[in-house]
Design a protein around this ligand. Structure first.
Ligand code: ZN
Length: 250
């Protein structure tokens, strides 16, 4: 099964998807990696979306804020094996058609971006470190600088991830979010400390000029949805990373 976005799935030449754990592990960075099986799982995922693997670009995840502008030259990098060329990024952006951006996640949030006016797509891997490092701010800045986007035109879908019900944190992390988001996304419940990461992403986006009406949040929690999704926090090293994909075609 594959999830779509209410807001973004209505554009006829835009492909956007998020896999369930039924596809198996899709990450080449998995601690118990079997490359052959992962390649097979990815091939199945791409073909279910009718996407040729040579049109996919996938990055390794670093939990930082660097974003790669993807040109035709980079097409196919990281698609069926890890690529050194795409190793230092947590976000991808392109305004070329028939290039599909891909990341894998297993609790961190996939953030899908689309500017229908400039026909530009982006995909960010947003975990707590990347969020504090400003990954979403950075993405909007590159939409403006490189694609000439007006933030008011950009539509965003924040996909499934470890939601507020399950993102319990230690005091140091809690305090950092409290400072960065003026306590608008962190809360205490029965003496335990929680952060609502999806909300922090939304706050960052609104601060960058994205209209609240253009932001859609999935309410699926990777931890809660045991039948559908894999969670690193729940499944430990037996997790299987899900795939997120976005791209325009003609
Ligand atoms: Zn949950």
């Amino acid at each position: 099964m594959i999830f779509h976005s209410r807001t973004l799935s209505r554009f006829p030449n835009l492909k956007i998807a998020f896999s369930t754990k039924q596809f198996g592990n899709l990450s080449f960075q998995h601690p118990l990696i079997n490359k052959k099986i992962t390649r097979k799982n990815r091939t199945k995922f791409y073909s279910s979306l009718k996407i040729p693997s040579r049109q996919v670009v996938n990055i390794s995840l670093n939990h930082k804020n660097k974003i790669l502008w993807v040109s035709r030259k980079k097409m196919g990098k990281g698609s069926l094996a890890q690529s050194a060329l795409t190793s230092f990024y947590d976000g991808l952006i392109t305004n070329e058609k028939n290039i599909y951006l891909m990341i894998t996640t297993a609790d961190c949030f996939p953030v899908f971006y689309f500017d229908p006016k400039k026909e530009c797509v982006g995909l960010a891997h947003a975990g707590w470190r990347g969020i504090l490092a400003g990954i979403n701010r950075q993405m909007v800045a590159i939409f403006q600088k490189k694609a000439g986007s007006n933030p008011k035109d950009i539509k965003v879908f924040i996909g499934p991830g470890l939601q507020r019900c399950h993102f319990e944190v230690k005091k140091a992390v809690f305090d950092r979010f409290g400072r960065s988001f003026e306590n608008n996304a962190s809360f205490v419940k029965k003496n335990r400390l929680f952060v609502d990461l999806s909300q922090t992403i939304k706050i960052q986006l609104i601060n960058e000029g994205i209209r609240p009406a253009n932001i859609e949040k999935s309410d699926l929690c990777t931890y809660c949805e045991n039948d559908l999704l894999s969670s690193y926090r729940r499944d430990k090293e037996r997790y299987s990373a899900q795939g997120a994909i976005i791209g325009l075609f003609d």
